[in-house]
Design a protein around this ligand. Sequence first.
Ligand SMILES: CCCCCC/C=C/C(=O)SCCNC(=O)CCNC(=O)[C@H](O)C(C)(C)COP(=O)(O)OP(=O)(O)OC[C@H]1O[C@@H](n2cnc3c(N)ncnc32)[C@H](O)[C@@H]1OP(=O)(O)O
Length: 392
Amino acid sequence: MAKMLGARWCPSALRSPLQVISFPACQLHVSRRAKNADQKEFENAVTQLKLLKKDPGNEMKLKLYALYKQANEGPCNIPKPGVLNLINKAKWDAWNALGNLPKETARQNYVDLVTSLSSSSASSSQVKPGADKEQQGSENVVVTSEDGITKIMLNRPTKKNAITTQMYQEIILALKAASKDDSTITVLTGNGDYYCSGNDLSNFNTLPGEIEEKVKSGGILLRDFVACFIDFPKPLIAVVNGPAVGISVTILGLFDAVYASDKATFHTPFTHLGQSPEGCSSYTFPKIMGLAKAKEMLIFGKKLTAGEACAQGLVTEVFPDSTFQTEVWTRLKAYSKIPPNAGRISKQIIRNWEKEKLHAVNAEEVRVLQERWQSEEFLNAVMNFFSKRAKL
Ligand SMILES: CCCCCC/C=C/C(=O)SCCNC(=O)CCNC(=O)[C@H](O)C(C)(C)COP(=O)(O)OP(=O)(O)OC[C@H]1O[C@@H](n2cnc3c(N)ncnc32)[C@H](O)[C@@H]1OP(=O)(O)O
């Protein structure tokens, strides 16, 4: 995926003279002079921009370039390039046109512009509020809405629904849209024999930049992804159709109900991968299943059957695989008839007692993981996974 992004965004891969305008985020690091309050938002926008699926076009790139330069360096004070130097002149013109616009305003405008680009690219692949029949989503994350239920389906069965960086972004956008649509409940499920095999282990190869930049943008993406589940305002249900691994298991602690096929298993092999728990599981799992059982999963990577996960409180109910889909969707259709506002409010009053705590846990888990991602243990584990496969 990032290979594709690289091809889209990087100057050398583009053709016409104006296409060689690359995003400032490809070239520069964010200035340390930016104010703290805005810095995080600004950095997030820089990352978000790299994850956009659609090329926003040269005019928009010029605007972003100009705002980026203004936000970091202030008014344009470099000599005007010659008329034959078309690209640099276009860039200079765009920057110079911002005159004395304050850095803070430029930063804010940059963030607003990226946000509007992200939501417009999301709206083309997502369920519109009020939709009552199936809508097309992207290839790997399909969003549909019917009978008061918005369904977000992981649809990468040949890779056991492993989550790519693009899919994280798409799930975030799908959840944001679902939080505002008129459905009563939202469901996450998988297509094929797996629910999800967790993080796509090639994500770190495909994230752009050097290791430090990968770790930084991976951390921001993970934190934003988990935050969406913490903040999701209406009942959220997991329909676990098969085995679940890694982050697809840990975030289950943030769902309101988890229904599983008896073929499902629950596996968090973090330490074997040189990693550490995420998805708020270092807090939710001990709370849900007690410290002893949580440690067996999160430290020693014990894989649970659906029955065990249910006995330990991670799963709400287990159904035989042969009748799983019918039984669960009948149940969900009944649940979708609850008064929507009462459903939301009831969820929120339960969640709000610990929302702040969950965000703090998320931030700390990401901080620790960012260190892990730079460890030899992690790099060896990822290399082993792919080199074993290569030998098959
Ligand atoms: C932005 C960063 C956020 C980071 C968040 C932190 C999250 C951490 C985690 O989620 S840790 C968990 C990571 N997941 C794994 O370790 C699972 C790895 N996969 C496997 O162990 C196995 O593939 C399996 C047990 C899931 C399934 O085994 P099997 O039934 O034998 O199928 P295959 O192994 O042949 O798989 C088919 C096909 O899918 C590819 N694949 C499966 N899982 C992943 C994955 N997680 N990442 C990348 N690719 C995966 C596998 O390579 C095969 O592809 P191929 O046919 O070889 O092209």
